[in-house]
Design a protein around this ligand. Structure first.
Ligand code: ADP
Ligand code: ADP
Length: 236
């Protein structure tokens, strides 16, 4: 089955400017199969952030259906409830680490919030740091790390409760070419090792060409093309 399925998803914002409506998403249909690396490409204003907020349960679409791993994200009531059942780990452009906490404590943070037993947290943190190649930096602080290392910590934290889907928002846009390649290699490894489905949202077609199996092009709130990389990239 699909890891993510959107059917006819529409999001309309009513602005303060009375009567004005912004159609951020217009009838979006999107299917991401399990184990795929799927790229969503769009320029600024295309609706990428809105799509992310709907997928992660931060917002409800105005209309349409969203399923993540077969569970509907619609009609779950309040934000917190929706967010808690998404099964989506988020990776951001800037890793958004807590500067006053060690690498290990950053990765442990969501697990502490989830009130997992201490021994279990320790075991998972060690496992995750090994997976992202940072076992030797557990007690370092974010300020002591390179940009690529910070992003590895961000990825480990996103995977802390082993979500079936990893959603990466411009994961390499702040990194240089060599570091970008290393992070993309890591994402490929994670897909193989953890069988996680990966969605990469980006304005960089080069990133998509490098690692995506399939791509959707988002333009002015619509998916204007979607399919295997070879098919879509040939036209862009
Ligand atoms: P992207 O992330 O691709 O830049 P966004 O999803 O942020 O696109 O924005 C899509 C459209 O929706 C834009 O026209 C933007 O101005 C509008 N928009 C986004 N968020 C809001 C909001 N909270 N209220 C009103 N309009 C919004
Ligand atoms: P804080 O008080 O800032 O949250 P802690 O030192 O209490 O930081 O660490 C938070 C979590 O990180 C703990 O639950 C611990 O299991 C985990 N942790 C800390 N250091 C390590 C380490 N070197 N290896 C693995 N896990 C660690």
């Amino acid at each position: 089955g699909a890891a993510i399925e959107l059917r006819n998803v529409t999001k309309v914002y009513k602005t303060q400017n009375k009567g004005t409506e912004v159609h951020a998403l217009r009838g979006v249909d999107l299917t991401v199969d399990r184990g795929e690396i799927h790229g969503i490409v769009g320029q600024s204003g295309a609706g990428k952030s809105t799509l992310i907020r709907c997928l992660t349960g931060l917002e409800e679409p105005t209309d349409g259906e969203i399923e993540v791993n077969g569970k509907s994200m619609i009609g779950q009531g309040q934000k917190d409830l929706r967010r808690s059942r998404t099964g989506i780990g988020m990776v951001f452009q800037h890793a958004n680490l807590l500067d006053s906490r060690t690498v290990a404590a950053n990765v442990a943070y969501p697990l502490k919030l989830a009130k997992l037993p201490k021994a279990e947290i320790k075991r998972r943190v060690e496992d995750l740091l090994e997976t992202v190649g940072l076992s030797d930096r557990a007690t370092s602080y974010p300020s002591e790390l390179s940009g690529g290392q910070k992003q590895r910590v961000g990825i480990a934290r996103a995977l802390a409760d082993y979500p079936p889907v990893l959603l990466c928002d411009e994961p390499t846009s702040a990194l240089d070419g060599e570091t970008t390649r290393q992070i993309l290699d890591l994402l490929c490894e994670l897909r193989s090792k953890l069988k996680v489905t990966i969605v990469i949202i980006t304005h960089e077609m080069s990133v998509v060409r490098e690692i995506c199996d399939s791509v959707s092009l988002l333009d002015a709130g619509r998916i204007i093309q979607s399919g295997p990389l070879e098919q879509v990239a040939a036209d862009v």
